[in-house]
Write a protein that binds this ligand. Structure first.
Ligand SMILES: Nc1ncnc2c1ncn2[C@@H]1O[C@H](COP(=O)(O)OP(=O)(O)OP(=O)(O)O)[C@@H](O)[C@H]1O
Ligand SMILES: [Mg+2]
Length: 312
């Protein structure tokens, strides 16, 4: 599929073959009082892709995510996840579907009175109440390690963590139930560029090793270039375009042109072209070198286990 302005996937039932789309949103309407946030929004997310979702602040990216995961009741429209209709489902049915995804909310949304490991255990206890404590600890420690946190982070409270560590802790919790689908709302916001790049690598690695599909809301142009297979653009209360960056760049839409071709967009584009043929080991070396030259003592000792050196 190539990008087109104001594409209407709900009018094209064959946009993806049956079973290829993990998320389908058709003709979604959301509003608060007088304010319409979405009006006729359509979107399909393909199995195994990282879909970047961009749009100006307040265009309804988080509301869209909340509608898909069932935290926001839309005014009308259809939402399907894993081929299952989500709107108006019985709680016990929705629960079975929810089990198959993980969510990292915009603010992290960790429970402040629980340690990182206890936070990771929350969904495990909810969905598998009979797991014994030793196994819960083991799974939590494994997820903490998978998220690139040092083992001792598991015993810390959210208030004792840096912003980057909190993101990783949120990611660890979102991975608790071995999801097939991950929702990430601004995962790199507030991270320094090296931490953000490390987080991108982590998401890409998890996608490749676990075969995840990722719905990724972001403002981060570097992230879009580095890890997203396609990008959906929210504007005018709908998804105005969806496609790869070159496909989007070919479109004559003022916000898209300003975003990808403005000064920041061009800089991200140049960086991604420079690194297009780099291999991940080289990238890691470059980041380690940057950390060393910055004189920090936060260098990741083992790039693969803890790519986010800022979290130590
Ligand atoms: N619970 C709510 N009650 C009333 N208005 C809401 C609610 N949630 C969101 N909104 C409004 O809906 C609009 C879209 O909000 P949303 O949080 O989805 O924006 P966003 O695209 O995620 O923005 P940002 O990039 O700043 O995170 C905003 O105008 C917001 O004020
Ligand atoms: Mg938001």
């Amino acid at each position: 599929m190539s990008a087109a302005l104001a594409e209407k996937p709900h009018e094209d039932p064959d946009a993806f073959k049956k079973g290829e789309a993990v998320i389908i949103v058709r003709d979604l309407k959301n509003g608060f009082g007088e304010q319409m946030v979405h009006d006729g929004l359509d979107l399909q997310v393909k199995k195994g892709e990282i879909l970047g979702v961009v749009g100006g602040s307040g265009t309804g990216k988080s509301v869209l995510m909340r509608s898909i995961i069932g935290l926001q009741q839309p005014l009308s429209g259809e939402v399907e996840v894993f081929g299952e209709p989500m709107i108006g489902r019985e709680e016990h049915e929705a629960r079975e579907i929810r089990k198959r995804w993980g969510v990292l909310f915009q603010g992290g949304a960790l429970f402040s009175t629980l340690t990182v490991a206890e936070n990771v255990e929350v969904p495990l206890r909810e969905y598998y109440p009979s797991l014994d404590e030793a196994l819960l600890d083991q799974i939590a420690n494994y997820k903490v390690a998978m998220s690139g946190l040092a083992p001792e982070a598991g015993a810390k409270f959210p208030s004792e963590l840096s912003g980057g560590m909190r993101k990783r802790a949120g990611l660890a919790r979102s991975l608790a139930l071995d999801p097939e689908l991950l929702f990430l709302d601004e995962p790199t916001a507030g991270l320094d560029p090296i931490g953000a790049a490390a987080f991108d690598d982590l998401i890409k690695g998890l996608k490749e090793t676990l075969g995840l599909t990722v719905f990724l809301i972001t403002h981060d142009l570097d992230t879009l270039h580095a890890i997203c297979d396609r990008i959906a653009v929210l504007a005018d209360k709908k998804v105005v375009a969806i496609g790869t960056i070159p496909e989007l760049l070919a479109l004559d839409h003022p916000w898209i042109q300003e975003y990808f071709n403005g000064p920041r967009g061009r800089a991200a584009n140049e960086t991604s072209e420079r690194h297009a043929h780099d291999d991940p080991a080289e990238n890691q070396k470059r980041r380690d070198a940057a950390l060393n030259s910055a004189g920090g003592d936060t260098v990741a000792q083992n790039g693969t286990e803890n790519p986010g050196g800022e979290d130590r």
